[in-house]
Design a protein around this ligand. Structure first.
Ligand SMILES: Nc1nc2c(ncn2[C@@H]2O[C@H](COP(=O)(O)OP(=O)(O)OP(=O)(O)O)[C@@H](O)[C@H]2O)c(=O)[nH]1
Ligand SMILES: [Mg+2]
Length: 437
């Protein structure tokens, strides 16, 4: 194979993902022991997002990955040859590898091996902007590395107390582990500090009782685009995975009523548990939401969409948001052909089809959101003495268009539909007593 100063020359490989493969510093060969039917396109996307070129792949359909080396020994011989031919300098695995599998693979193949978790952590590290995001990612990375150190340690232990096992190697690992643990505690403390202000904001919101709606969904589903469309925010949007890590909350009004809409980190199949742990506070926003808009990219085929929906449902369950009221939002309607449009309509009759990009379906989404909150609204008739006039503004703020006022000799008579919690607060002004909507 001819090589230029910049790497491989014009020759193209069937698995090249694009022109970048010729220049990229890191050239990955993908391996997987996936069950029949799955493919590696998502791993390719992850690598593209991480700035790594894909130069080849091998899939071995196995019941279970090989416990020592992930793929079987015969397959690994083939991979070794393929690696050389494709001039790959790193192997990327679509699963999380045990420390032992990773170590053995590196020894057998002679190049660094990264697993799915490491790739995702790497992407998160590259995309973290806020100090909180950076701390969260560092915490997840340390947890991941600590598990690897532990693996190395058991490996040495198994060698038995012979020469060399009680020397500097052992104490070095112990020191490293202790340092990692100290750093983890320090990071947790700093995170708690940073997250304090979020708790204050939340308490304020709860006092005001503004309904909180959280966007949740697979990475790249269009959550940030939808936030921007609905609230006029200018959150960054890009066709890459895990572009958003920091939560953004913006207010919006539907028929005059205020809501808060929050956009957070996206999910993925096999989202590393270290990230779920470290991003606990960020994901908390989803957990405490009054309504979750589950956004999914409907422009893919049905099977893939179902898989993405399931991956998100799993994470929502895992973070304790499984029981939250939910509305399914099928996004990217503009990219659907007529057949697919009909199909999603039939298969997901309760979902709302929108295009965050063009604005199609957004009004209907607004109506559906209102309907979801309808149940928690009460019709009230209040008599506010003129001395309590200041409260009118607050009432108007929460009731939006659903408020009428009439000036009488005794004060202002207000008829409004209010969130139950606010209706309760005003019950002492009630003319007929609050009655359920
Ligand atoms: N065709 C089409 N593309 C869309 C639509 N909504 C979003 N996109 C595109 O999808 C890509 C991802 O959009 P984002 O809004 O960044 O997606 P996200 O869900 O916030 O992704 P992460 O933050 O990475 O989890 C971008 O290239 C958007 O332009 C849509 O309605 N139609
Ligand atoms: Mg986003």
């Amino acid at each position: 194979m001819q090589r230029s100063r910049h790497g491989r020359t014009g020759e193209s490989h069937p698995n090249d993902t694009g022109p970048k493969a010729g220049r990229a510093k890191q050239r990955a060969f993908c391996i997987s022991a996936l069950p029949e039917g799955d493919d590696l396109s998502e791993l390719h996307e992850l690598l593209r997002t991480a700035g790594v070129a894909v130069v080849g792949e091998t899939v071995q359909h196995r019941e279970h990955p090989h416990p020592n080396s992930y793929l079987g020994p015969g397959k690994l011989d083939e991979v070794k040859e393929d690696l050389r031919k494709a001039d790959a300098n790193v192997v990327a695995c679509d699963d999380e590898l045990s420390p032992r599998q990773e170590r053995n693979l590196e020894q057998l193949l002679g190049v660094p091996v990264v697993d799915r978790t490491a790739i995702i952590l790497d992407i998160f590290a590259g995309h973290a902007n806020s100090s909180e995001g950076k701390l969260q990612v560092e915490l997840a990375q340390l947890e991941y590395n600590l598990a690897r150190m532990r693996g190395l340690w058991t490996h040495l232990e198994r060698l038995g107390g012979g020469i060399g096992t009680r020397g500097p190697g052992e104490s070095q690992i112990e020191t490293d582990r202790r340092l990692a643990r100290d750093r983890i505690s320090a990071l947790r403390r700093r995170l708690e500090h940073v997250q304090g202000s979020r708790a204050v904001m939340r308490a304020e919101r709860e006092r005001a009782h503004i309904p909180l709606i959280a966007l949740a969904g697979y990475t790249n589903a269009g959550k940030s685009t939808l936030l921007n469309r609905m609230t006029g925010a200018e959150v960054g949007v890009r066709d890459r995975l895990f572009h958003t890590l920091d939560p953004t909350t913006r207010s919006l009004r539907i028929d005059g009523r205020p809501y808060l809409l929050t956009d957070t980190v996206g999910f993925i199949r096999k989202l590393p548990h270290q990230l779920v742990d470290a991003f606990g506070a960020t994901l908390e926003e989803t957990k405490i939401a009054d309504l979750i808009l589950h956004v999914v990219d409907a422009s893919v085929d049905e099977d893939e969409m179902i898989e993405m929906l399931k991956a998100v449902d799993d994470v929502l369950d895992e973070i304790g948001a499984g029981e939250q009221p939910r509305l399914l939002v099928l996004n990217k309607a503009d990219a659907l052909d007529e057949d697919r449009r009909l199909e999603v309509g039939l298969r997901h009759p309760n979902a709302v089809l929108v295009s965050a990009l063009t604005g199609g379906g957004i009004d209907e989404l607004g109506e559906r959101i209102q309907q979801e909150f309808e149940r928690s609204l009460d019709d009230v008739e209040l008599l506010l003495p003129y001395s309590e006039g200041a409260r009118l503004a607050e009432l108007h703020d929460v009731a939006g268009d659903f408020m009428e006022r009439e000036d009488t000799a005794d004060g202002v008579v207000v008829r409004a539909r209010l969130p139950r919690t606010i209706a309760e607060r005003y019950s002492r002004y009630s003319v007929n007593g609050a009655r359920p909507a």
